[in-house]
Ligand binder design. Structure first.
Ligand SMILES: O=c1ccn([C@H]2C[C@H](O)[C@@H](COP(=O)(O)OP(=O)(O)OP(=O)(O)O)O2)c(=O)[nH]1
Length: 286
């Protein structure tokens, strides 16, 4: 089990992890902070908490069920765990220790219990729970496609009163369609920045590969030139050497005979070989 770092999460964003809305400020060293939406319910009252003033008040000894603003999807290769934030539990809120299953799609319903005798206030839009991601060893086969997005099934089971604005919120098209969720993620400025950086890195990598290829080609051309030069020298010297040894180079005309009849054909052959080789390379490049 490997916990994903911020770099890993960025790498997987838009591939194995979708988070919408995505804000880089909520990305921590090895986790992502989820923020409170304006939709919350009181377990005791069985009713939606009034958050019109931008606050979620959790009454003493009550449990609030709060929807995260973020809608997420993770593939079969990823699971996760929800954790408390110390700034929240230190006020007397109970710990969060729940799991995100592979292939879950939707917002998250987070239960916060107020263990104190006073009301505790959360701010809508502020981070209130942390999600860590892990790679699973072998792709999961038992995935989470049965739970309804945002765990509306739990709210229904608990007979919570759900107002029409919350209903509309649950019914947003991308809550139940990961392709539409990806479309939304692509509109996020912070995700666009990540994509731009990815493109830059890909371009850099391509350039490096091109330079490496060019370097290898140059090295090969140099080697080819050296080999051909060595062959040419051997072909030039050999007839002169043998004619000299056998005494055929006695006169100047014999010397020119050797050049015209033995060396020039050899040189011609080499030039032809070079031309054929170049033509072959040009043909292969096409
Ligand atoms: O605090 C949490 C934890 C999980 N989830 C989502 C993501 C997860 O993939 C899904 C199922 O989580 P879990 O297995 O804990 O839910 P359950 O309802 O207890 O079990 P089951 O999946 O068998 O329905 O619910 C939440 O919304 N809130």
């Amino acid at each position: 089990m490997t916990v994903l770092s911020d770099q890993d999460i960025k790498k997987e964003l838009g591939i194995n992890i979708y988070i919408y809305p995505f804000k880089e400020a909520n990305l921590k060293g090895a986790s992502y902070n989820l923020t409170a939406s304006k939709f919350a319910w009181s377990l005791k009252e069985k009713s939606q908490i009034d958050t019109a003033d931008g606050k979620i008040i959790i009454p003493p000894r009550d449990t609030a069920l709060i929807e995260t603003e973020e809608v997420i999807w993770v593939s079969e290769k990823i699971s996760g765990t929800y954790h408390s934030r110390v700034s929240i539990v230190s006020q007397g809120i109970g710990h969060i220790n729940t799991t995100l299953d592979p292939d879950y799609l939707g917002s998250s319903l987070i239960a916060l219990h107020n263990n104190t005798d006073v009301s505790i206030e959360l701010i809508v839009g502020k981070p209130f729970v942390t999600l860590t991601f892990q790679y699973v060893q072998i792709q999961a086969s038992n995935t989470d496609r049965n739970n309804s997005p945002g765990r509306k099934d739990i709210l229904s089971k608990l007979k919570m009163q759900i107002y029409p604005d919350a209903d509309d919120w649950f019914n947003r098209s991308y809550m139940g369609d990961k392709n539409l969720l990806l479309d939304e993620l692509r509109k996020c400025d912070d995700y666009k920045k990540i994509q731009d950086k990815r493109k830059e890195e890909e371009e850099e990598q391509k350039q490096q590969e091109e330079q490496q290829k060019q370097k290898k080609e140059n090295q090969f051309s140099q080697l080819k030139f050296n080999v051909l030069l060595a062959v040419a020298v051997v072909l030039l010297i050999t007839p002169i050497f043998f004619d000299w040894v056998s005494g055929n180079l006695k006169s100047l005309s014999n010397f020119f005979d050797t050049i015209f009849n033995k060396i020039f054909p050899s040189l011609g052959l080499i030039v032809m070989l070079i031309i054929i080789d170049d033509l072959k390379e040009k043909f292969l490049q096409k």
